[in-house]
Design a protein around this ligand. Structure first.
Ligand code: ADE
Length: 409
C-alpha cells in the first residue's frame, strides 16, 4: 500500500512539473497544435534519447498526442528526473531505464529502444545514432540535439557511414543562439550554485572554450560579480572574448590561482594531469560539455581512491604531498543537468519546436533526402522565429516599399 501511494505521489509530482514547464513553452505548444489535431504522426515509431526532464516531457507528450509511438531512453544516467519518468510511463510512453541502472544498463537501454525498430531517431550526443548505424534496418531519418553529437555525425558522414538523413537541430540558429548561450549559460551557473552554495561575486572563474555555451556561461558569471578569464584554441573566438571584455589567457597562466574551472569545449582532457597538479587548494572543477571527458577523472580517481563526497554532487580529492583539496562537481558530467534541472522551459520551447517540426518533416519528406546532415529547413526556422516573437509579445518594423526598392538598386 505504501509503495502504491509512493508511486502515485511520484506521478502527481511529475504531472505538476510537466504542467509547470508546459505553461512556459508557448512556441512548442503553438507549433504542435495543428499536427496534434491531425494526428500526423500516427503509425510512426520514434526512438528517442534525451535528458529526461520536465521540458522533454512536454515534447514527448506532443509527439504522442500527434499519434506517434514513443520509445525513450536517457541521454545521461545522472540527469533523470524520476517523477517525470513516472508521469510519462503512465501516459503511454515506453521508457527504457530503471532507477538503479549501472553504466552497462544505460547503454543496453539504447539497444532496447533500437529493438523497437524506430522509424525516426532523435538523439542528444550521438550515442543512439552510433548504435543505429550498426543495425542495417530501414530508419527513415534522425535528428540531433547537441554540438558534440553533430560533430560525431559529421565525422561518420565523411566516412560514408550515415545510413539515413539527419537534421542537425543544433545547427539551427534558433537552437544555439538561445538554448546553448542563454539556456546552458544560466543553468551551468545554477548547477554550480546548487551543488556548492558558494558566493560567485569576487571569485576567479576560468571558462575553457568560448563557443555558444562558453559565451553564455561567461556572461552569466560576470553578471554575478565573478572575475572571468577565457581560455581558447581558436584565435577568432579568443579575439571575440577579448572584445566582449573578458581577460583571455592560456590555461597554464591561470591554472594556479583560479577558484573555479568550467570546461565548455567538447574536447578531451582539457584539465588533465599536468593542470590538476598545478591547481590551487580548494579549487572547484566542473564541466558543461556533453561528455564527461573534459576533466581527467580517471587521473583524479587514481591519485585518491578514498575521495569522499562532502555533499551531494560534490567529490573531494586530495592531491599531492600537501594533500591539497580539489572539488569535482557532478562527477565531471554536465553540471547544468546533474547539479540543476537543465535549461529553462522558455529556451527548450524553441529547441524542442525545432525537434518536433524536424521529426514531422522527416516523416513527410525522408524519401527526398540523402544520407547526409541537413540544417533545420529554413521555412521551419522562420516559423519558429515568428512564433517566438509573437509569443513574447514582440512586434517589429517592416521595410517600406521605398526601402525595399533601395536594397535592389
Ligand atoms: N538540455 C539542456 N537542458 C535540457 C532540458 N531542460 N531538457 C532536456 N534537455 C536539455
Amino acid at each position: 500500500m505504501a509503495i502504491r501511494s509512493e508511486v502515485k505521489e511520484k506521478y502527481e509530482v511529475g504531472r505538476s512539473e510537466y504542467m509547470w514547464a508546459k505553461k512556459s513553452m508557448p512556441v512548442l505548444n503553438r507549433l504542435t497544435h495543428r499536427f496534434v489535431s491531425k494526428r500526423c504522426l500516427e503509425n510512426f515509431n520514434l526512438g528517442i534519447c534525451l535528458h529526461i526532464t520536465k521540458e522533454t516531457s512536454v515534447l514527448l507528450m506532443a509527439l504522442k498526442d500527434a499519434g506517434a509511438e514513443v520509445n525513450l531512453c536517457p541521454a545521461n544516467p545522472l540527469s533523470i528526473q524520476e517523477p517525470i519518468k513516472s508521469f510519462l510511463i503512465k501516459n503511454g510512453i515506453k521508457i527504457f531505464s530503471k532507477k538503479d541502472d549501472n553504466l552497462l544498463d544505460f547503454y543496453s537501454n539504447m539497444e532496447g529502444v533500437l529493438d523497437t525498430r524506430p522509424h525516426i531517431i532523435t538523439d542528444d550526443g550521438g550515442e543512439l545514432h552510433k548504435r543505429a548505424l550498426y543495425r542495417k534496418y530501414n530508419t527513415m531519418g534522425g535528428t540531433e540535439e547537441t554540438t558534440s553529437g553533430v560533430n560525431r555525425l559529421k565525422a561518420w558522414c565523411k566516412e560514408g557511414l550515415l545510413m539515413y538523413p539527419i537534421i542537425a537541430v543544433n545547427r539551427s540558429r534558433t537552437k544555439y543562439l538561445f538554448d546553448n548561450k542563454y539556456g546552458t549559460g544560466q543553468s551551468t551557473i545554477e548547477g554550480i550554485l546548487k551543488t556548492t552554495g558558494i558566493l560567485l561575486s569576487s571569485k576567479r572563474i576560468v571558462v575553457c572554450g568560448y563557443g555558444w555555451v562558453g559565451r553564455g556561461v561567461a556572461r552569466c558569471a560576470i553578471g554575478m560579480g565573478a572575475k572571468v578569464t577565457i581560455t581558447e584554441v581558436s584565435p577568432l573566438r579568443a579575439l571575440e572574448a577579448f572584445f566582449d571584455g573578458f581577460e583571455v589567457k592560456p590555461l597554464d597562466e591561470v591554472i594556479s590561482n583560479a577558484d573555479i574551472f568550467i570546461t565548455c569545449t567538447g574536447q578531451v582532457n582539457v584539465i588533465g594531469q599536468d593542470q590538476i597538479e598545478k591547481i590551487k587548494d580548494g579549487a572547484i572543477l566542473c564541466n558543461a560539455g556533453h561528455f564527461d571527458v573534459e576533466i581527467d577523472i580517471n587521473y583524479l580517481n587514481s591519485i585518491d581512491q578514498n575521495h569522499f563526497s562532502p555533499r551531494m554532487n560534490v567529490e573531494c580529492y586530495r592531491v599531492g604531498e600537501n594533500k591539497k583539496k580539489i572539488y569535482l562537481l557532478a562527477k565531471g558530467r554536465v553540471i547544468n543537468l546533474v547539479g540543476a534541472e537543465g535549461n529553462s522551459p522558455e529556451v527548450m520551447s524553441i529547441s524542442f519546436a525545432n525537434q518536433f517540426l524536424s521529426i514531422v518533416y522527416l516523416s513527410q519528406f525522408h524519401e527526398k533526402l540523402n544520407n547526409k546532415i541537413y540544417k533545420t529547413p529554413k521555412k521551419i526556422e522562420r516559423k519558429i522565429i515568428l512564433t517566438a516573437l509573437d509569443s513574447f509579445g514582440l512586434k517589429i518594423d517592416s521595410l517600406t516599399p521605398q526601402q525595399n526598392h533601395y536594397f535592389k538598386t
